[in-house]
Design a binder for this molecule. Structure first.
Ligand code: NAD
Length: 250
């Protein structure tokens, strides 16, 4: 049904991969979705969306690592909608650089997009959520947030560990205002990012030994995020939920 009817959502990184799948999933459940990404989704990405969903999705050009751009994008949205209920931080970059070859510039950029961007968006979104006494924040960590990244570099592993720290800290301080803060930790998911890091046959090979022996699909992660964004998940907060075909069973 339309369990998110009337909700206003921001999805960073929503022009591609899992963020795009999340934008679909939230719009399908009735939410109005603002996609914050460097560039709007291409015609191909939008064509995959049903017209009724596409009507509820709007995109805004934002570099999440830039405090002024983030500030302006949220201000414009709040001006128009007067509320903000859901924030999904899916924007991310994962260069596969070997440790010795990571420049200071690249290190800073990976932390800036994955961690600082998540901080900036959470900081801007929280007052509106607290004001409405309801909110859902879902941050994208990774298997790399719990162990060592097999594809991205040390900066990516560090960043995704950082996302979990931020998630847990915020969850502790926001729960009494009706705001939950959770992280999802995807394994290998079939997105442009993963395909850029691993050729198709390697994606297959890398996932063959998983208990569920295949690559994950963006919509499968989007289903989890949509659940976390709903009323039904009110008692889940501070969690870092694995979604990886069983790659990380402890
Ligand atoms: P993707 O590359 O398909 O999509 C990421 C989106 O983020 C792109 O549209 C990109 O333009 C946007 N983005 C990048 N930098 C940005 C910035 N500074 N400001 C705004 N938008 C920016 O990647 P994906 O695989 O869908 O990844 C989504 C999230 O999931 C990322 O945080 C990624 O680190 C994480 N993740 C991916 C995998 C995987 O296997 N694909 C696994 C675990 C975690």
């Amino acid at each position: 049904g339309h369990e998110l009817e009337g909700r206003v959502a921001v999805v960073t990184g929503g022009a591609s991969g899992m963020g795009l799948a999340v934008a679909h999933a939230l719009a399908r459940r009735g939410a109005t979705v603002a996609v914050f990404d460097l560039a709007p989704p291409g015609a191909g990405e939008l064509a995959s969306m049903l017209a009724a969903e596409a009507d509820r999705v709007r995109s805004v050009a934002v570099d999440v690592a830039d405090g002024d751009q983030v500030h302006r994008a949220f201000a414009a949205l709040l001006e128009e909608r007067s509320r903000l209920d859901i924030l999904v931080n899916a924007a991310g970059i994962a260069p596969p650089t070997a440790f010795e070859d990571i420049t200071e510039t690249e290190w800073n950029r990976v932390l800036a997009v994955n961690v600082h961007g998540t901080f900036l968006c959470c900081r801007r979104a929280l007052p509106a959520m607290r004001g409405g006494r309801w909110g859902r924040i879902v941050n994208f960590s990774s298997t790399a947030g719990k162990t060592i990244s097999t594809t991205g570099g040390a900066h990516y592993t560090t960043a995704k560990h950082g996302v979990l720290g931020l998630t847990r800290h915020l969850a502790k301080t926001c729960g009494s205002d009706g705001v939950t803060v959770n992280a999802v930790c995807p394994g290998l998911i079939d997105t442009p990012m993963a395909r850029g890091l691993l050729p198709e046959e390697n994606l297959e090979r890398a996932t063959r030994s998983f208990p569920v022996p295949r690559v994950g699909q963006p919509w499968e992660v989007a289903e989890l995020v949509a659940f976390l964004a709903s009323d039904r998940a009110a008692y889940i907060t501070g969690a870092a939920i694995d979604i990886n075909g069983g790659d990380l069973i402890v």
